[in-house]
Design a protein around this ligand. Structure first.
Ligand code: HEM
Length: 538
């Protein structure tokens, strides 16, 4: 009697099956710990008797809580919320005489891609309906390594120099004091940044609230260089034009949708591509400029606040992007994806665009922090059609190794060498180092053209969205300056915004004139300093 009670108790405490499995292999349907050992109880912590505390020796409990405590990696500092989709790029036009870049060699060539669409300012689980530009980042897995074209849905950006980016993002993000996004902080910053007129205009139009990631265009924004096999280069811009109709929400529709589903973009992608098996496609258009054409325009073609109007620089269709498969796992692919403008391949080089030059540093740097030093070895980021073959080694979470005795170069013992065919192109340079703004600012003209190209309804929405947001700013000076930007872009646009924002028109007109004078004075000074510095060189 005593013996059988003891054995029942032992079975209960140890778990009958677990006790008998100690010597057996672990079956596939048994829960395990990280070390592969079976878990005996995933419902009850180990305690010191029925009334006692939980024991620290319950390693499964400790490991489970510790893993949970570390589930979140830092969210992206911007573009935190996104949706990834797999697909391919198909090249239509052989561009081998312009660039040695792999995706553009031959007609019909296909290159595997992963795309991540995102909102910009708002956090990882924020409503997708909020007003924001949208990210349009494409990773091409080429046989020359991965090329990332990290663009947006807008073809222009708010600023033209990377040095302003952290301030701009701080102004857009919630206040460090109240944790609220606040129009007065945003417009305070932008009242010092007239070059933002073009992109602010797009942001407050209905293009700032797209109805779907699949129904919007995309743009590489910056100029890049296409480099041929002799090192000759030209400047190029890339634009994705959707084959799905462009669809935006009005502010009213966005609010209504948000009340029903705060993540409509993710729902849309997982329904259309994930469940219904639809595909979405975009045609890729290319614009090209010879280096000697850079000074031929009223604006600087290397200025991210400007488009290259197609009337001045024609666009040709060169291929298409097809997206057809959602990731198997959000975290492993979409969240861990690391797109970087510095991930370039032979035949594509950065232009001297001052924003792009800052981005070349910033992305890989933040990704070393967000994902670790081996970020580009995580499967979604690793080359799929090329191999990594260098002597960079170790660091956290390194899981592969070349395991070579020779981990240095040059060596007589290992024939692993650079190939001079892939040297960067050369560019003639002259001048002194300097810190001078562009002398062709042209801060307002393209914003006016954009405004006039909107439908009457689109113009009314823009005026109401921007004027309404600006009205909440307590300082009259800020309301006047922002209205004056818009007045300089287009008089009707400026008047409409000023009226809603309660900015007195007499002050708006005067400020608009002053802004034009200041722009001209800055331009004259910048030109003069640049010329005198160049003269000093001669
Ligand atoms: C100097 C200006 C800029 C800086 C310093 C900057 C910085 C950053 C940083 C730090 C991230 C987070 C990256 C990550 O954690 O993986 C990011 C993401 C992103 N940025 Fe920028 N950015 C700048 C301008 C732009 C511009 C002009 C565009 C569009 C052409 C753009 C498009 C994107 C996109 C699409 C992402 C998200 C990529 C993804 O889906 O993972 N950024 N940016």
């Amino acid at each position: 009697m005593r013996t059988s009670m003891k054995s029942t108790l032992t079975k209960f405490v140890l778990g009958g099956v677990a006790a008998s499995m100690l010597t057996l292999g672990v079956s596939a349907d048994t829960l395990t710990r990280q070390n592969g050992a079976p878990v005996g109880d995933n419902q009850n912590s180990q305690t010191a008797g029925p009334w006692g505390p939980v024991l620290l020796q319950d390693s499964h409990l400790i490991e489970k809580l510790a893993a949970f405590d570390r589930e979140r990696i830092p969210e992206r500092v911007v573009h935190a919320r996104g949706v990834g989709i797999h697909g391919y790029y198909e090249n239509y036009v052989d561009l081998s005489d312009e660039t040695v870049a792999a995706p553009f060699q031959g007609e019909g060539k296909k290159t595997e891609v992963f795309v991540r669409f995102s909102s910009v300012v708002h956090g990882h689980l924020s409503p997708e309906t909020l007003r924001d530009p949208r990210g349009f980042a494409v990773k091409f897995y080429t046989e020359q390594g991965n090329w990332d074209l990290v663009g947006n849905n807008f073809p222009v950006f708010f600023i033209r120099d990377a040095i302003k980016f952290p301030d701009m993002v701080h102004a857009f993000k919630p206040s460090p004091v109240t944790n609220k996004q606040d129009a007065k902080r945003i417009f305070d910053f932008f009242s010092h940044v007239p070059e933002s007129t073009h992109t602010l205009t797009m942001l407050f139009s209905d293009y700032g609230t797209p109805a779907s990631y699949l129904n919007m265009d995309g743009s590489g924004v910056h100029a890049f260089k296409f480099v041929d096999d002799e090192g000759n280069y030209k400047y190029v811009k890339f634009t994705w034009k959707a084959n799905q109709p462009i669809k935006n929400f009005s502010a009213e529709e966005a609010m209504k949708v948000q009340g029903m589903d705060f993540q409509p973009h993710t729902t849309d992608v997982y329904t259309r591509i994930g469940e219904k098996g639809e595909t979405a496609s975009w045609d890729l258009y290319l614009q090209e400029l010879e280096p000697e054409q850079l000074d031929d325009f009223e604006f600087n073609p290397l200025d991210t606040t400007k488009i290259w109007p197609e009337s001045l620089v024609p666009a040709k269709k060169i291929g298409r992007l097809v997206l057809n498969r959602v990731p198997d796992n959000f975290f492993e692919e979409t969240e861990q994806a690391a797109f970087a403008p510095s991930n370039l391949i032979p035949g594509i080089e950065p232009s001297e665009d001052r924003m792009l030059q800052g981005r070349l540093f910033s992305y890989a740097d933040t990704q070393r922090y967000r994902l670790g030093v081996n970020a580009y070895r995580i499967p979604i980021n690793a080359p799929k059609n090329a191999v990594i073959n260098n002597h960079e080694q170790h660091g956290q979470l390194r899981t592969t190794s070349s395991n070579r005795d020779v981990n240095y170069q040059p060596s007589r013992r290992l024939d692993l060498n650079e190939d001079p065919a892939f040297r960067y192109s050369s560019k003639p340079l002259a001048g002194m180092t300097q810190q001078i703004p562009f002398y062709k600012e042209q801060n307002f003209k393209q914003a006016g053209e954009f405004f006039r190209n909107l439908t009457k309804e689109g113009q009314a929405h823009l005026i109401s969205n921007l004027g309404g947001a600006l009205a909440s700013v307590p300082e009259e000076e800020i309301r006047v300056i922002i209205s004056a930007y818009m007045y300089n872009a287009d008089k009707n646009y400026g008047k409409g915004v000023a009226k809603l924002a309660k900015a007195p028109m007499s002050k708006v007109r005067q400020t608009a004139k002053d802004l034009m004078k200041q722009q001209a004075a800055r331009a004259a000074k910048a030109k003069q300093v640049a010329e005198s510095l160049t003269a000093l060189m001669q």
